[in-house]
Design a protein around this ligand. Structure first.
Ligand code: ZN
Length: 426
């Protein structure tokens, strides 16, 4: 069996990992490079790169399996040749279909060409799925067997994988964290299922940060405290981050303010979350917001207190609404990554976060990362304790797992792959 990290060793995102045997191979994620991470590429270059991946080293049985629906993991799915099966969690597929359905509608409404989004929507429809289950079942691609385990990340329906072939066992963490609503059982899962592992592949997004991440529960408490102090509260958050939306929902309830949303995708995503997760989460993921997408209704909101969750795509509406509300009674809770407005390169690529923030006089940052902090990564490595090798991916250039205070035995298993030696054969 051979593991090849095509991309994502020295950058966050753009992840592509290949696992192959004599007869079969699986790609784990086919991600787009994030702005400011890795080389900036054109769609033509992306297409050529994916085509060459499938031209080289072909096998009788092939598939692409995605850990979750963020662009840096799924962004190149559209270039996968016809006939190659692509797989993702059932809930992730539902949310992605809503996303591209809404993109197509928006294209038509705004008079732009919907061909590309329509193509993506149709391609997504062909994706195979696995169910969200307490008893995950393995599936096979030729002689490679994969078992998906639900994990906690900043997008709904994200997974870790156990990959078995040629008598070897690989554990791929995907993007994960422990400090979220559904992250509490991570170590228990690893103790039960990540046993007898030969190679651990782990993400290392937060290796460069010494901070311990606050729990999503603390995010919600902090939000509730400031929500009480202002009459009109806006929250900037991602529409597919079920965990953050739950924190906001809970905080709004605690501060006795009704919850409003104004974004089509957030509305569609909340419906999916509620239908799929409200019952099993005992109400934590039960969303019943007021959906106001018309300006007329939005502008009538100044009559009473509210919490309005929005995205930067709603900039114009929010700017107008903010303009009719008294400045001293209005607050923005900025609940996204602060790099979007602090990092000059990010601002240059997408100035919307910075612009959105500047609409408001009163702003407070309340956020926690979607990724494991250093302590958690260390605990994962110690718990899995693989027999042969530990490979770090999805990490900043210059960051390495060797910076963690691991035992000498574990340090001896760290494998620093790089672009000139991206493979390990077991
Ligand atoms: Zn990622």
């Amino acid at each position: 069996m051979t593991i090849t990290i095509h991309r994502g060793l020295n950058q966050i995102g753009g992840c592509i990992t290949e696992i192959s045997t004599d007869s079969s191979r699986v790609f784990i994620d086919l991600g787009q490079n994030l702005p400011g991470n890795g080389e900036k590429t054109t769609p033509e270059q992306d297409k050529a790169m994916v085509e060459s991946l499938f031209r080289n080293n072909p096998r009788a049985h092939e598939a692409v399996v995605y850990t979750h629906g963020h662009e840096d993991h799924i962004g190149l799915f559209n270039y996968v040749p016809k006939g190659i099966p692509q797989m993702i969690g059932e809930g992730a597929k539902e949310v992605l279909l809503e996303k591209y359905r809404i993109f197509c509608e928006k294209d038509v409404k705004e008079g732009s060409d919907p061909t590309m989004d329509r193509r993506k929507y149709n391609k997504l429809k062909t994706f195979k799925t696995w169910p969200r289950s307490r008893q995950p079942q393995p599936f096979s691609i030729g002689n490679i067997q994969i078992t998906p385990f639900f994990n906690c990340h900043s997008i709904y329906d994200s997974y870790m994988f156990l990959i078995e072939a040629d008598g070897k066992r690989i554990w791929h963490t995907g993007d994960f964290r422990q400090h979220g609503w559904t992250g509490g059982k991570l170590m228990q899962l690893l103790k039960w299922k990540a046993t007898d592992i030969d190679v651990l592949i782990t993400e290392g997004t937060m290796l460069g940060s010494s901070d311990e991440c606050i729990h999503e529960k603390r995010v919600s408490e902090k939000m509730a405290a400031v929500m009480q102090a202002f009459k009109y509260v806006f929250v900037l958050a991602s529409s597919t981050d079920i965990e953050r939306l739950a924190s906001i929902n809970l905080a709004a309830k605690r501060s006795h303010k009704p919850l409003y949303i104004c974004q089509g995708l957030m509305n569609a995503a909340m419906r999916v979350f509620t239908r799929r997760e409200a019952e099993t989460s005992e109400g934590l993921f039960d969303f019943k917001p007021h959906f106001y997408n018309e300006n007329r209704r939005l502008f009538s909101m100044g009559k009473h207190e509210f919490v309005l969750v929005c995205g930067v795509s709603q900039y114009e509406k929010i700017e107008m609404l903010r303009g009719v509300l008294p400045e001293e009674e209005t607050l923005l809770i900025y609940s996204s990554w602060d790099g979007y407005y602090k990092d000059p390169e990010q601002v240059k690529t997408n100035p919307m976060y910075s612009l959105f923030r500047n609409i408001f006089h009163n702003v407070v940052d309340i956020h926690t990362s979607g990724h494991a902090d250093r302590k958690t990564i260390q605990k994962v490595i110690e718990t899995v304790n693989p027999k042969q090798a530990i490979i770090g991916i999805h990490k900043e250039k210059g960051q390495t797992l060797a910076s963690l205070p691991l035992s000498d035995e574990l340090k001896g298993k760290l494998l620093e792959l790089d672009e000139s030696h991206p493979s390990l054969t077991l």
